[in-house]
Write a protein that binds this ligand. Structure first.
Ligand code: ZN
Ligand code: FE
Ligand code: FE
Length: 195
C-alpha cells in the first residue's frame, strides 16, 4: 500500500492552489479596475492588485521555508469566479449597476480567498509551522480588509445610485412603505372615478 498523504501534503497542495489563484487575480484585477466607473472603486482594485503581488512573494517565502519548489496548481475555484466576473462585464448595465456588479464579483473572490487562507493559517498553526502561519495571517488580514473596503463602497453610495437608476421615482428612505400604499390608493380612486 502506498503511503497515505498527510495534512502536510494537503497543506502544500493548498499553498500551490493559492499561489495559482493569486497569479490569476493579478491578471483579473486590472480588468476590474479598468471597468470601474467610480474612481474610489478603481483605486480599491488597484491597491489590492499591489497587495496581491505582495501575497505572491509571501507564498514564495513559505515554499522556501518548507523546502518546497515554488509551483502553482491550477485553481478551478478562482477561475470560475473570474469567469463569472468577465461575463458580468459583457452585460450592458448602466454605470452604477456595473460598479455594483464589479463589487459583487470582487467580494466573491475575497471570500473565496478568506476561506482558503483561514484554513491554511489553522493548518499551519496545528502543525507548528509558526512562520508560515504568521505570513498567511498577514494575507488573510489583507483579504478581509479588501472585502470590507468593497462593502463600504457599495453601502456608501454605489448601491443607492444603482437603485435610484432602477427605481427613479422612489425616495430611498420611505420607498418600501409609501409606494405600495400610494399605488393601492391610486388604483382604488381610479376605479371609483370610473363608476
Ligand atoms: Zn507540516
Ligand atoms: Fe489574494
Ligand atoms: Fe484578494
Amino acid at each position: 500500500m502506498a503511503d497515505a498523504g498527510t495534512l502536510h501534503d494537503a497543506f502544500v497542495d493548498e499553498l500551490r492552489d493559492a499561489y495559482d489563484a493569486e497569479k490569476q487575480l493579478t491578471k483579473a484585477l486590472p480588468k476590474l479596475a479598468k471597468a470601474a466607473r467610480s474612481p474610489d472603486l478603481r483605486a480599491a482594485f488597484e491597491a489590492h492588485l499591489d497587495e496581491t503581488r505582495g501575497q505572491i512573494v509571501r507564498l514564495e517565502q513559505i515554499f522556501a521555508n518548507l523546502g518546497e519548489k515554488v509551483r502553482g496548481k491550477h485553481c478551478d475555484g478562482i477561475a470560475g469566479i473570474i469567469e463569472e466576473g468577465k461575463a458580468v462585464m459583457e452585460e450592458g448595465f448602466d454605470e452604477a449597476t456595473m460598479d455594483a456588479c464589479l463589487i459583487a464579483a470582487g467580494q466573491r473572490a475575497e471570500h473565496y480567498e478568506m476561506a482558503a487562507y483561514g484554513t491554511m493559517v489553522a493548518w499551519a498553526r496545528a502543525m507548528g509551522h509558526a512562520e508560515a502561519a504568521d505570513l498567511l495571517q498577514e494575507t488573510l488580514d489583507e483579504e478581509k480588509a479588501a472585502d470590507e473596503t468593497l462593502s463600504s463602497l457599495a453601502e456608501d453610495g454605489i448601491n443607492d445610485e444603482a437603485a435610484s437608476a432602477a427605481h427613479p421615482d422612489e425616495d430611498e428612505d420611505d420607498a418600501e412603505v409609501a409606494v405600495p400604499v400610494r399605488t393601492a390608493f391610486q388604483s382604488t380612486s381610479a376605479k371609483s372615478s370610473r363608476r
